[in-house]
Design a protein around this ligand. Sequence first.
Ligand SMILES: Cc1cc2nc3c(=O)[nH]c(=O)nc-3n(C[C@H](O)[C@H](O)[C@H](O)COP(=O)(O)OP(=O)(O)OC[C@H]3O[C@@H](n4cnc5c(N)ncnc54)[C@H](O)[C@@H]3O)c2cc1C
Length: 318
Amino acid sequence: MSVLVYIESQDQQIKKSSLEVAAYGRAVADAMNTSLIAVTFGLAYSELLSHYGVDKVCNVQTEGASYFNLSRHSATLARVASEEKAAVLIVSGSANGRYLGPAVAMKFEATYFSNVIGLPLSFAPLKVKRSCFTNKAFNYSTSHKEKVVLSLAANTYGIFEKKVNMDQRTVQYASSTSTLEVVSEEKSTQQVSIADAEIVVSGGRGLKGPENWHLIEDLAAVLGAATACSKPVSDMGWRPHSEHVGQTGKPVASNLYIAIGVSGAIQHLAGINSSKIKVVINNDPEAPFFKAADYGVVGDAFEVVPVLIEKLKTLKGN
Ligand SMILES: Cc1cc2nc3c(=O)[nH]c(=O)nc-3n(C[C@H](O)[C@H](O)[C@H](O)COP(=O)(O)OP(=O)(O)OC[C@H]3O[C@@H](n4cnc5c(N)ncnc54)[C@H](O)[C@@H]3O)c2cc1C
């Protein structure tokens, strides 16, 4: 028996959400008194995982392995899970993790739990707490199968280090069951993806137009943050759709989310529930976003943000 974690990487860097998955997997493996195995795709250097409790890495190395391909990734993960006699397979709550989870569960003939929060409440049978209705409610689910695939809700467990001696092996697979071949990937921007960013600065219609976006970009630059926006902003073409946050956009699980001139409609909030600290700058004290905020500034963005940028620059300079 073992616990398996799917580790995502981009440009040979392990994603933050996957370090959380590894740390979580370690705790699950300890509770089950078994080993933790990580599966990586096309990752040349996986030593970092030994700091997060991974006992063994299976690195899938075939042409194009580093490109996400649902059919191939799910088939390969199910195969490794069978070979390694996995009782629990954990994926992150990222977009790819959420595609993969149910597909692997079907091939591995396992129960699938999405949006899991916290460690399992029991192991025989496996019982978990899950968030549902965009974090408005929780449910408790029990598996009637011995094998379980679960996706961990992002930023809900934490990243804890635990150094172990790690074993590495490379898996070659010749699966050609996929009808889709990813030949290359191109980033829409050079900045860090909002789904993985530690800090996100987001702008809404209150910014009045794209010509004012330097306020968002300058604040993001001084904080080392990614930039994001509300749906109308990307619909109007002020910003690319890759920055649209919310129910119909990307989820954000940053440690700090700064919303400027965003009203805080329920569909926007649905995308930022997993962010830890929310700061809102809005000139309307009745803006709904203030109810979800940890810190709020009632004021005109055009006055508040330049002052904030200068203060932060001074702080950094010191
Ligand atoms: C099915 C559906 C799905 C949707 N999905 C999403 C989604 O995924 N993401 C999303 O964001 N929206 C989504 N929406 C739209 C959502 O309902 C809101 O209309 C949208 O979020 C509002 O965007 P906003 O806050 O930028 O603009 P507004 O609602 O126009 O708010 C602008 C805010 O800026 C403030 N403001 C104005 N001037 C200033 C100033 N000078 N300084 C500071 N503050 C100022 C105002 O007080 C106001 O609160 C969806 C809607 C539907 C129906």
